[in-house]
Design a binder for this molecule. Structure first.
Ligand SMILES: [Zn+2]
Length: 460
């Protein structure tokens, strides 16, 4: 007999809207939605009165960067942050040592993730001008997306040439999987940095001014062009500008296969935070002006934004502090896997009058769909995996780095008040995290499962 859990008294976050009902879990799946859960014999009853019961988040943009030496995050510590933030599934980016760019790298990463991860995980593979045979190897090994940088990221992850972009878009049409792009123009951004440095600028705003919105918008435009020419699927990572989303919306309207992702740092923080936090807010693309942030919300509200992801990138405090007096010395990237969904939940529901259905669509259902996990993930359907986050919408708390469970204890949300907290996370029927004044972890290292792009339709 499988363990039965009944979650009673909560408001279910369905894609169609809020539903006041009880949820029955048998083993690892949701088995019933019912008005009165007391009619079911249960091994465990969870009281969710006054709380939202939503699908656990599907964060399709994390950098746990394992294997790598030294380890700056890792599947295990990254998972701890994720489950404390209500996330049950991640899709891990190909940054690792070496960059995940051939079949053997993916197989190694599956091994590491399966041994370490608590959250279920899929993998991105990298297109770094290495040849289409390597792309095929990675797809055979089970990646759910291919990622390129249109501007160089590191020596191991150079910019994709326009030839690569065109060829990979064309090649992926036979598989129907998304081509994820970090969209910034390589030449423009290198020249922007050179100009700022030549002028002696080392302040935080110089970072944003070196790569203004047009640097990103040019690349988005080019990505859309290639997608339209080839019939490929463009997944524009961490889009930060209104004009970028305007182009995405126009392309979607004329039938181009393009998805737009953004992140909480671009929906919540602005250039004032960049000035205040300095290196701890240095990321790429740069955090934008308040005006830009406000306009992004229009594209959230009208459905142009498909996905909100964290782009979690956990650098050490020491490496970030190196940029305190010289912003160029700080690495690019922010931690965020733990704070993302609470901060977005608060901003959407409490501050901007959006609905729980919008939250569920952007943080769980859409990403699960795009990467092939739906409806097993990202949904509270009968038959879906019982991956659930329970939110207490009334808990008002202040974010501090000390509370972070990921490896490096800092956050660009430091000091922010957030209303709404994850009080329980369940993955495949097992409670892995609770918060009752303090966090408790119940998960075992290595309990996470590797997901392929047919996972959403698998029977087992
Ligand atoms: Zn990223």
């Amino acid at each position: 007999m499988e363990k039965r859990t009944v979650i009673r008294g909560g408001v279910l976050g369905m894609e169609t809207g809020p539903l006041r009902a009880d949820l029955v879990i048998d083993g690892d799946r949701i088995s019933a939605i019912t008005l009165d859960g007391s009619e079911y014999d249960a091994d465990e009853v969870i009281d969710a009165s006054g709380k939202f019961v939503v699908p656990a988040g599907v964060d399709v943009h994390t950098h746990f960067k394992e294997p790598a030496e030294p380890l700056t995050e890792g599947f295990y510590t990254g998972s701890l942050g994720a489950i404390a933030g209500g996330i049950g599934t991640v899709v891990e980016m190909p940054q690792a040592t070496p960059t995940s760019s051939e079949g053997a790298h993916i197989k190694e990463k599956i091994k590491v993730g399966s041994a370490e991860s608590i959250v279920d995980f899929g993998l991105w593979g990298a297109a770094i001008n290495q040849g289409l045979d390597k792309i095929d190897e990675m797809i055979d090994a089970g990646v759910v997306g291919i990622k390129s940088f249109m501007a160089g990221s590191s020596p191991g992850f150079p910019a994709a040439t326009d030839t690569t972009l065109f060829e990979v878009f064309t090649h992926l049409t036979q598989y129907g999987i998304p081509y994820g792009l970090h969209a910034e123009n390589d030449q423009m951004l290198l020249e922007g940095i050179r100009r700022m440095q030549a002028a002696g600028r080392k302040d935080p705003l110089a970072h944003a001014e070196s790569r203004p919105p047009v640097v990103e918008e040019e690349a988005i435009n080019r990505a859309i062009f290639f997608a339209e020419q080839t019939g490929g699927q463009a997944y524009i990572c961490h889009t930060t500008t209104a004009r970028g989303f305007e182009m995405i919306r126009a392309a979607q309207d004329r039938g181009v296969n393009v998805f737009g992702e953004t992140c909480p740092q671009y929906l919540v923080l602005d250039e004032d935070d960049l000035v205040a936090l300095g290196p701890f807010a240095r990321c790429a693309p740069a955090i934008r002006s308040r005006e830009e942030v406000e306009q992004l919300w229009d594209y959230v509200a009208d459905g142009t934004v498909d996905v909100i992801s964290s782009d979690h990138c956990g650098y050490t405090i020491e490496s970030k502090e190196a940029g305190l007096d010289d912003i160029w010395q700080a690495p690019l990237g922010l931690s965020g896997v733990q704070t993302m969904y609470p901060s977005v939940f608060d901003e959407m529901l409490n501050k901007r009058g959006l609905e729980i259905s919008d939250f569920v669509r952007l943080t769980a259902a859409n990403p699960a769909r795009i990467f092939g996990f739906y409806p097993r993930k990202g949904s509270l359907m009968i038959g879906s995996d019982a991956d659930i986050a329970i939110y207490d919408p009334d808990d008002l708390w202040t974010v501090t780095g000390d509370e972070m469970l990921h490896r490096n204890k800092w956050t660009p949300m430091e000091g922010r008040e957030i209303q709404g907290r994850v009080v329980r996370t369940i993955i495949r029927g097992n409670t892995v995290y609770t918060f009752d004044g303090e966090p408790k972890i119940f998960a075992e290292r290595g309990s996470g499962r590797f997901l392929t792009r047919d996972y959403g339709m698998l029977g087992e």
